[in-house]
Design a protein around this ligand. Structure first.
Ligand code: ADP
Ligand code: UDP
Length: 237
């Protein structure tokens, strides 16, 4: 088992540690919660563990379905061993139902089922507030090497969406939208990195449309931890 070494980076939701293998990192999931570009801050004891477990299950499912990911192994309740990669600084958002910034930006009524899944790119840059960008912005900012790479990202994002919509619907959860991050590993392959959890997805109960994700924190709905526990329980059911 690789040795955990010094902290490489502390983000809003996770800490990334170096290991004695230069190609591997250890991700530690934090209990901290942030929203609105970290203007709103909070913490929920046990949230880190729940996200680690949820993200692990989802990454294993995606691997089983042929998606290449950074996950090597989950090594404790809140730590994963992952392949180190050069993160592509694009937040890839996939939307099935209108909510959040899409309703604000375009005036589409909350809860509208979109005629097809929409893939959006945001520039991963906290000081700019992660602005939405188009394909050409990605190219002029050199965030990707080529248009082909962008098309590949969109194609994998849609494939992940199909797998996850089907999976969550079997667990009585509607996958409303979610954010993905991709990176290039030491072999030059594009792989899915970061996490997939109620911090980065929106899940609504299939029958009641109850929100079971970070919107409970964003909108002060209460029972944040209970919602994340419910998502994990359903995933494992
Ligand atoms: P943020 O940086 O947005 O506050 P986090 O708190 O989730 O986000 O921090 C985790 C950081 O580690 C993110 O910047 C993410 O892009 C990066 N990251 C995720 N997976 C990997 C990986 N396999 N290799 C290198 N960096 C990664
Ligand atoms: N999202 C994320 N990180 C971000 C921005 C968005 O994980 O920095 C996720 C968010 O949880 C949601 C989806 O991406 O599942 C779409 O988010 P939206 O743009 O509606 O975000 P909002 O502005 O409402 O936070």
């Amino acid at each position: 088992m690789p040795q955990k070494l010094e902290l490489l980076y502390e983000g809003k939701g996770k800490k990334m540690f170096k290991t004695d293998d230069e190609n591997l990192l250890i991700t530690e999931f934090k209990d901290d919660l942030t929203a609105f570009n970290a203007e709103k801050k909070g913490s929920e004891a046990g949230k880190g563990e729940l996200n680690c477990k949820i993200s692990t299950e989802i990454f294993y499912l995606l691997e089983k379905e042929g998606i290449k990911t950074h996950l090597v192994e989950t090594i404790s309740d809140k730590e994963q061993l992952v392949k180190k990669c050069q993160i592509i600084p694009i937040e890839v958002v996939v939307r099935n139902v209108a909510t959040g910034s899409l309703t604000k930006r375009l005036g589409i009524k909350e809860g509208t089922i979109l005629p097809f899944s929409v893939v959006e790119f945001c520039y991963k840059n906290d000081s700019l507030g992660d602005p939405i960008i188009n394909d050409e912005h990605c190219l002029i900012l050199n965030l990707v090497k080529s248009e082909k790479e962008l098309e590949f990202i969109k194609q994998i994002a849609r494939q992940i969406n199909s797998i996850l919509v089907k999976f969550f619907s079997s667990k009585n959860l509607r996958l409303i939208d979610f954010k993905l991050e991709f990176g290039i590993d030491s072999d030059g392959n594009m792989i899915l990195a970061d996490e997939i959890s109620p911090d980065s997805c929106r899940f609504w109960d299939s029958k009641t449309n109850e929100k079971l994700d970070k919107d409970r924190f964003r909108q002060d709905l209460g029972n944040v931890k209970m919602a994340y526990e419910e998502v994990l329980k359903r995933i494992l059911s």
